[in-house]
Design a binder for this molecule. Structure first.
Ligand SMILES: C[S@@+](CC[C@H](N)C(=O)[O-])C[C@H]1O[C@@H](n2cnc3c(N)ncnc32)[C@H](O)[C@@H]1O
Length: 272
């Protein structure tokens, strides 16, 4: 999938998806996009990318499934616990100085991250005065995030991460077990607005004090990373915080000068 023909075919397919469905994957990292499209070809039994394009444009059932292959819906609660520990210990004291808070979780996927944040804010006495926007482009991910129901067998790992993140209680206090699932308390979601928003095509919608966008920018090329970080810069209030994933950095961004490193190892930045 790395010759000139397939590069052209990938471009044509992504252009077709953009024109037909208004999802803009044209600036995603090429290597990971090529891998995803290989998977999709196998999944839909297509021998070429043009064959896949045919299916996407003419078979109504194909695009939703392709969307789930192209958007990597992997998430965990309290993923990289050091990040949450730093939020709790270093960022929360700043957040506590605001009478009300707006927070944006960009690329929230199936909601594990935003539930983790809600639990942390609850334990720090901030949830009631927070409004959290949890956004993603994948409607299926947003549906799962809104439901707040996860497989019970994931809870042991989540509990361990919660404790490592400095959790003050037991994770089990926040969910009810039922039929092999963990149903998270809906009070955690009362101040969360789940909504469709694309970092590739949409604009800023609110002024916020904290943004987390973790494990999303790694799928974008440099130009799209710059676009997204520009949105974060515009959305953050002065001295607001941006938390990225463990593999992501602002160092090579056009907007690096607009931020300072606040907790370097945990990839937390503060807007100047
Ligand atoms: C690997 S998940 C990360 C989930 C979560 N942030 C975490 O760290 O656990 C990446 C998410 O980014 C979303 N995504 C991909 N492109 C996006 C875009 N242009 N705008 C917003 N979200 C996007 C995908 O739908 C997917 O749910």
């Amino acid at each position: 999938m790395h010759d000139d023909t397939s590069e052209t075919e990938i471009k044509l397919l992504l252009e077709a998806i953009y024109l037909r469905f208004h999802y803009d994957f044209r600036h995603y990292a090429p290597a990971s996009m090529a891998r995803r499209l290989s998977l999709a070809m196998r999944r839909f039994g297509c021998r070429s990318l043009s064959g896949l394009q045919e299916r996407v444009l003419h078979d109504a059932g194909v695009f939703p499934e392709l969307l789930s292959l192209l958007t990597i819906m992997v998430s965990d609660m309290f993923r990289d616990p050091g990040f949450y520990r730093a939020l709790r210990e270093k960022v929360v004291p700043f957040l506590q100085t605001y009478p009300s808070l707006k927070i944006w979780v960009a690329g929230c996927s199936t909601g594990e991250e935003v539930h983790s944040l809600a639990i942390l804010l609850q334990e720090e006495g901030l949830l009631d005065r927070s409004l959290i926007y949890a956004t993603d482009i994948n409607p299926e991910a947003l549906r799962k995030a809104r439901a707040g129901i996860y497989e019970l067998d994931r809870m042991a790992g989540f509990s361990e991460a919660y404790r490592a993140a400095g959790g003050r209680a037991s994770l089990a206090d926040y969910y009810t077990a039922a039929y092999g699932s963990a149903v998270f308390d809906k009070a955690l979601r009362k101040n969360i607005v789940f909504s469709d928003h694309s970092l590739a095509t949409d604009m800023v919608f609110a002024e916020v004090q904290l943004i987390t966008c973790r494990n999303v920018l790694i799928y974008f090329d440099r130009a799209l990373q710059n676009r997204a970080i520009g949105l974060f810069r515009d959305a953050l209030c002065r001295k607001g915080f941006l938390g990225l994933g463990a593999k992501e950095t602002l160092r090579f961004s056009d907007h690096a000068a607009a931020f300072s490193e606040f907790a370097r190892a945990e990839r937390i930045y503060q807007k100047e």
